[in-house]
Design a protein around this ligand. Structure first.
Ligand SMILES: NC(=[NH2+])NCCC[C@H](N)C(=O)O
Length: 268
């Protein structure tokens, strides 16, 4: 099988003001040390990987007082040039929503208001023609209905059940238009059955790989950028013909984020 990479357009936010100052997921411990300079270097390396792969990376200006703004995936969902804005569950992240919406307005996109709690591509992943939409911790099912209305893509609600995997992109990775990798036990029994039906050939990740946020990976259809610590998943991906690129985002993981969280795909 030949795997075809397609050029992607990504939006990222430099972690200039990154810190772990509050805890809104089980990964975050405000009393544990974070090396903010190392976080910036690790993020720069991730950006460099995308540029080396030939992708376009645009940047939104980070804002002081918004330590999680580096997680650009939560800034919007963008399909066919249509932007669905976000609304965060937690007040600590609320001001990120207008910052991302304004970025897209200034870039000439049509921006649709969120109307419901919706944490962007953290919980909404396009897999071929399907929009996979997570709920249970952050994004609400009402936001899934709105996404289906805005994007006109069949939207599949998936119920997340493990608080460590609080966003869909921590439990499932889209590899190409018909292949995903996921951690079955992060989903309710019914959602596991839906995933088996839709993706009978999916890669099932191990608990160990998920526990280093291995599924928080970014694929261009051929190259998969994933946390370097997810060695079992990397082997499984290579066995399927993908090229894997391991990156170390140890500091950002202390906030519960990995490569995908730092990366918003802009589908024009
Ligand atoms: N797309 C993601 N999974 N982003 C990670 C967000 C991490 C952030 N600390 C939060 O809890 O909201």
């Amino acid at each position: 099988m030949t795997m075809d990479a397609t050029r992607r357009r990504y939006l990222m936010c430099r972690p200039t003001y990154f810190a772990v100052e509050y805890a809104i997921n089980p990964w975050m411990d405000p009393s544990a040390p974070v090396d903010a300079d190392l976080a910036v270097r690790q993020w720069d390396a991730l950006r460099g990987v995308y540029l080396d792969l030939g992708h376009t990376v645009e940047e939104i200006d980070p804002l002081p007082g918004l330590p999680d703004m580096v997680f650009a995936a939560n800034g919007a969902t963008v399909i066919d040039g249509q932007v669905l804005a976000v609304e965060f569950r937690d007040p600590q992240r609320a001001d990120e929503a207008p910052a991302y919406a304004h970025w897209f307005e200034r870039a000439g996109f049509e921006v649709h208001e969120a109307k419901h709690v919706n944490e962007g591509e953290g919980d909404m992943l396009l897999a071929g023609d399907l929009l996979l939409a997570g709920t249970g911790f952050r994004t609400t099912p009402a936001a899934h209905d709105r996404a289906q209305e805005i994007f006109g893509r069949p939207t599949v609600t998936l119920q997340l059940v493990d608080p460590r995997f609080y966003h869909l992109d921590t439990a499932l990775c889209v590899l190409d238009k018909d292949t995903v990798a996921y951690l079955p036990e992060a989903f309710s029994p019914g959602s596991q059955a839906v995933l088996r039906r839709l993706f009978p050939d999916a890669i099932h990740a191990s608990a160990a790989d998920a526990a280093v946020l291995g599924l928080n990976a970014v694929s261009d259809g051929r190259h998969v950028v994933l946390p370097a610590q997810a060695t079992g998943l990397a082997t499984a991906l290579r066995d399927r013909g993908y090229d894997t690129i391991g990156v170390d985002l140890s500091e950002l993981r202390k906030a519960g984020g990995g490569p995908k969280c730092c990366t918003l795909e802009v589908r024009s």
